[in-house]
Ligand binder design. Structure first.
Ligand code: PMP
Length: 399
């Protein structure tokens, strides 16, 4: 057998070096659900690294809905939405999602990543422009790579930088501005009112990836666009089911003309098997619960404000976070890994984030809040964060 390919990767030993150093923070195996307390290596850890913002992944009604869907439809749809893989639950979910984000129609994909990949590569053509925030999610970047359009990046949330790009583009060309609603690592919110103003001035269209805004911001958790009351100004809203919506999957919502085009042209929809019945039913139930139990969003925000206050008082650099995603800047990759592993030893699970997920020198601990956390969980986490920071001689800005 020819092993040129295998040989190429023999020199790729970076992960092994980190494992050897005892600070490898990835693929950690959990033996429990995404709860405030998880089981890792037989030990209880407080979970501050989950995207289950509303804590819905183990809600009894959602589990029950998923089980019922399996009983009726089985465990998979064995085909794409386009051909044999559409069930009535998909149609019902698309109607509910369109209502949820105040758009005419919605289209469900099998993951959020596939939604961005399929939609962004399909919407614009060779003579068009896609303009993206430099901190947008990887799935947006991959989508632009598959499109034939000209792609331009503006500085993170920098309106002047976006303006400079737009004013140099032809007025009558199709120009699609794509931004995360809530930035997945930094936790800041896109300046949508200013982006809308520019889009009106320069004749551009807006696409918001609201993976982290749904269930968190806006009326009844309907997202970042609604938070700014800009429902009529944003043409496309994308979301995932893998954060607040308790399972996996994704969707795009827009006008009926745009959805009609995507339905018949987006290749990750047409050539990939559809969302399984259990996940489809789970999202439908999650949407009902979000409406019926508004106290979850309230608790999420109470926890968020409390955690931010505690972290700031302790002197951590938490950047410009405006949401339950709280970055704790460490600004050194190795130290970030060490911090993560020492925290796990102290009973706290957090996620390390290093380039390219963030800019060089912006390595951070991603500390995320759930509605199901209690105050004492947050107190314990902050106490352990301070202990590890002191141990690693990280300077805290607390006077
Ligand atoms: N967009 C953003 C902003 C995300 O954070 C993510 C997931 N991390 C995705 C898209 C992809 O979603 P999924 O996990 O459902 O594939």
């Amino acid at each position: 057998m020819n092993n040129i390919l295998r040989n190429k990767f023999k020199t790729y030993t970076a992960p092994q070096e980190v494992i050897k150093a005892g600070i490898y923070p990835y693929f950690r195996v959990l033996d429990s659900g995404q709860e405030p307390e998880v089981i890792y290596k037989g030990k209880k850890l407080l979970m501050f690294g989950s995207n289950s913002y509303l804590g819905l992944t183990s809600h009894p009604r959602i589990k029950e809905a998923a089980i019922k869907a399996i009983q009726k439809y089985g465990t998979g749809c064995a085909g794409s939405r386009f051909l044999n893989g559409t069930i009535s639950l998909h149609i019902e979910l698309e109607q509910r999602l369109a209502e949820f984000v105040n758009k005419e129609e919605a289209l469900v994909f099998s993951t959020g990543f596939l939604t961005n990949l399929g939609v962004i590569s399909t919407l614009t053509g060779r003579h068009d422009y896609i303009i993206i925030d430099e901190s947008n999610h990887a799935s947006i970047i991959e989508g632009t790579r598959l499109s034939f359009s000209k792609v331009l990046k503006y500085k993170h949330c920098d309106i002047e930088s976006l303006k400079e790009i737009l004013e140099n583009l032809p007025t009558d060309a199709i120009k699609l501005i794509i931004t995360d609603g809530v930035f997945s690592m930094e936790g800041d919110i896109a300046p949508l009112p200013e982006i809308v103003e520019l889009s009106n001035k320069y004749n551009a269209t807006i696409f918001v990836d609201d993976a982290h805004g749904l269930g968190v911001l806006g009326e009844n958790g309907s997202g970042t666009v609604n938070h700014f009351k800009l429902d009529n100004e944003v043409e496309l809203i994308m979301g995932t089911f893998s954060k607040s919506l308790a399972t996996v999957g994704g969707f795009i919502a827009s006008s009926k003309e745009v959805i009609n085009y995507l339905k018949h042209n987006a290749r990750t929809l047409i050539f990939s098997a559809s969302l399984p019945p259990a996940s489809t039913a789970a999202v439908l139930e999650a949407l009902k619960i979000i409406k019926e139990e508004p106290e979850r969003i309230k608790k999420l925000w109470e926890n968020t404000h409390y955690a931010k206050k505690m972290l700031t008082e302790a002197g951590f650099d938490i950047g410009n976070s405006q949401t339950p995603i709280i970055p704790i800047y460490i600004r050194d990759d190795k130290l970030t890994f060490t911090f993560t592993c020492l925290l796990a030893e102290e009973g706290i699970f957090v996620n390390p984030v290093i380039p390219p997920a963030v800019k060089p020198n912006d390595s951070l601990i991603r500390f995320s809040i759930m509605a199901t956390h209690e105050k004492h969980h947050i107190d314990m986490a902050v106490e352990k964060l301070i202990k590890v920071a002191n141990k690693l001689k990280i300077k805290l800005n607390n006077g």
